[in-house]
Design a binder for this molecule. Structure first.
Ligand code: WT7
Length: 638
């Protein structure tokens, strides 16, 4: 059986798109009627962007886990919900059927309850890519607790900031995580994050690497022991908490142009409906397909297209613990071959990196099961697109270039695999319910085709950000205040002669490094923490594999203990401590001054040009406080 709201032709796409814009309430209520609700809504949607105040399916109650698990049990109980491929290809893989997922989620929901977790509590999850991470997420949702998953590459300091911001009382973690050759001591990072913390009452630790950990009496408990108690208590089911449509489902922190990450809040009903709808339509998922999304559940892509989208569709989702290049650069292709993967969804960075290894890793790998390929997270260059198309898809798999953001919850602009046309390096057309527009600096709409501008969205779709945790005003100023009555994405885009969108990248001070979002201000703050650093300015520059690299200009007046190179390493160490290894600059140039206007504003445009090696187009530097610093910087360029 296929999905009643799956778009199967170009004509149907146009038709559904028109209907979705003409009468969004009717369009979305029809789709929502296929889900399991405890109570139906009295209002499909109610919104204004000025506050912003955004509501979908108000009056309805539900639990997303009933939609992701319970409703599939009768027909798909013995089908695989999650297939897990471990980091080490020699370790046994695991298959978790819907029946077994139900049992595990219910058991762990009891564990949460036994440990005092209640509806609305914030639970921080810091784990590697193992099935228990998905189980922890779903158990939170079942009990109505708000999960906040933190990617394993963030430092103790970053975790501490997020725990504080969310006022989190519970943590779920592992002793350690395997990633390629590395063994990351997660619990020990959590212990560092908890120094001085006064809110966290309980840490639940799953055993993965059996690395030595310090279990603090009264605070830390083992996952396995807690499950054992539940088994002894004889519990098998856990009634799903009745959640209001607009109750928060989760918080996910993401970087912006300020120094502090914001907690993006998504709510239960709208997020569920939209991730399910986009999963089924963009990837053209068919029951039984094996969907392999290579993202980490610590990012929105993993939330929406490893966990909630596929499971709400009763699909089979493949969860991979390791990295694409270990034990060798053929790992993804081994996995595709081993499980007969049908849909592969990955980042341009991974594609470019694997492309660099040539054909050898592909030798002898049967990729014939693949039907659909996808990319996400950053613009894909044409060369990588063609390589992906020819070498992985063998010219027969449509590639979906999916544009979206943490704040959008699900895919907003993308072709629908094999149904709507693809164009290399173009996200193409909006999904039904999504109304993109391009505006100029003053917020005036740029009409017609073959134009470019700042990308905004006119009206809400069900999984749009509801608020930034603990600070609604921040949500308003960040996304809804730049242009009146529009959601501003922070991206620039072109609309080609056919009306297809091509996302060109951020127009704010946010970098996209290997598909990871990093705020320049955050990196600067971290660099400035280093003793001896007076000031710094961080910009992005084109990087062959990562998409963007991080270039830091640093004024340093301390004395170099050793030489400059050692100071550079100290600075990298500082950034690793404050944010995490993902934010480490690729280049650090020591400078005597930064180009500033008379009012003291750093002219990043000039620094960007220098980092990009576009020295011929530095523009007018005469308005600078001290134009001579530019020459110095150019001379010392790395
Ligand atoms: C930013 C959002 C959405 C999941 C992963 C990233 C960039 C995302 C594309 C694409 C060009 C893209 C944008 C966006 N981006 N997808 N297909 N083509 N750029 O989520 O961390 O919230 O980052 O990633 O710049 O604003 P995120």
């Amino acid at each position: 059986m296929s999905y009643p709201y799956q778009i199967r032709s170009l004509e149907q796409y146009h038709n559904d798109y028109q209907r979705s814009v003409a009468d969004p309430a009717r369009f979305w209520s029809e789709i929502a009627s296929y889900f399991t609700w405890k109570k139906y809504w009295h209002h499909v949607t109610d919104w204004n962007f000025s506050e912003p105040h955004i509501r979908w399916f108000e009056g309805a109650t539900l639990n997303i886990t009933e939609n992701c698990i319970d409703r599939h049990l009768a027909t798909k109980g013995n089908q695989p919900a999650i297939i897990w491929e471990p980091n080490d290809p020699n370790e046994r893989h695991r298959v978790i059927t819907y029946n077994s997922l139900y049992q595990k989620v219910c058991q762990f929901a009891h564990v949460l309850k036994n440990n005092g977790v209640q509806k609305g509590d914030r639970v921080c999850i810091y784990m590697g890519m193992i099935p228990e991470l998905a189980i922890a997420v779903l158990a939170c949702a079942r009990i109505g607790a708000i999960h906040s998953v933190i990617f394993g590459g963030f430092s103790a300091q970053s975790i501490a900031d997020r725990l504080y911001d969310a006022n989190a009382e519970f943590i779920i973690t592992c002793d350690g995580a395997y990633r390629g050759q590395k063994d990351i001591p997660l619990k020990s990072v959590i212990d560092d994050a908890l120094i001085g913390n006064r809110t966290v009452k309980r840490v639940i630790v799953y055993t993965r690497t059996r690395t030595p950990v310090s279990m603090i009496k009264g605070r830390d408990v083992w996952w396995e022991d807690e499950i054992q108690h539940v088994v002894e208590q004889g519990y098998t089911d856990f009634p799903a908490e009745e959640m209001k449509a607009e109750d928060p489902l989760f918080i996910l922190y993401t970087s912006g142009s300020t120094g502090k990450p914001k907690g993006v809040v998504h709510s239960c009903a709208g997020y569920m409906v939209y991730t399910n709808y986009t999963f089924i339509n963009v990837f053209q998922y068919q029951p039984g397909d094996i969907h392999f999304c290579t993202a980490d559940i610590g990012w929105i892509t993993g939330h929406s297209y490893i966990v909630y989208g596929p499971l709400s569709a009763g699909g089979t989702t493949l969860l991979f613990e390791g990295v694409p290049t270990w034990p060798d650069a053929g790992r993804f292709w081994d996995i595709v071959d081993k499980y007969k993967v049908n849909i592969l969804y990955t980042a341009p960075t991974a594609i470019r990196s694997l492309m660099g290894f040539g054909d050898a890793p592909l030798q002898g790998k049967d990729l014939s099961s693949l039907k659909v390929l996808g990319t996400v997270g950053e613009p894909i260059n044409e060369e990588a697109w063609h390589w992906y198309n020819e070498n992985i898809g063998k010219g027969k798999c449509p590639i979906v270039d999916t544009w979206w953001q943490t704040e959008t919850g699900g895919i907003l602009i993308s072709n629908l695999a094999g149904v709507t046309p693809a164009k290399p390096a173009h996200a193409t057309y909006p999904l039904p319910g999504v109304q993109p527009i391009l505006v100029d600096e003053n917020g005036n709409e740029i009409e017609g085709n073959s134009v470019s501008g700042n990308l905004c969205i006119k009206a809400p779709w069900p999984s749009i950000i509801r608020t930034t945790y603990g600070d609604h005003e921040r949500c308003r100023t960040n996304y809804f205040a730049t242009y009146d009555q529009l959601y501003f994405t922070g991206d620039g885009a072109q609309r080609d002669a056919d009306g297809m969108y091509r996302i060109t990248g951020r127009v704010d001070d946010v970098l996209n490094v290997s598909g990871h979002r990093i705020g320049t201000a955050e990196v600067e703050n971290a660099i400035n923490m280093h003793a001896g650093v007076v000031e710094s300015a961080v910009v992005g520059y084109p990087h062959d594999i990562k998409g963007q690299g991080i270039y830091a200009y640093v004024i340093y007046n301390g004395h170099h203990v050793g030489d400059e190179e050692l100071t550079r390493r100290d600075i990298l160490q500082t950034v690793t401590r404050i944010i995490g290894p993902i934010a480490k600059p690729d280049k650090i140039q020591f400078v005597s001054g930064l180009p500033k206007t008379r009012s003291g504003k750093i002219m990043r445009r000039i620094l960007r040009k220098i980092a990009e090696n576009e020295l011929g187009s530095l523009g007018d530097t005469s308005t600078l406080l001290d134009p001579a610093v530019v020459d110095d910087i150019v001379k010392g360029k790395l």
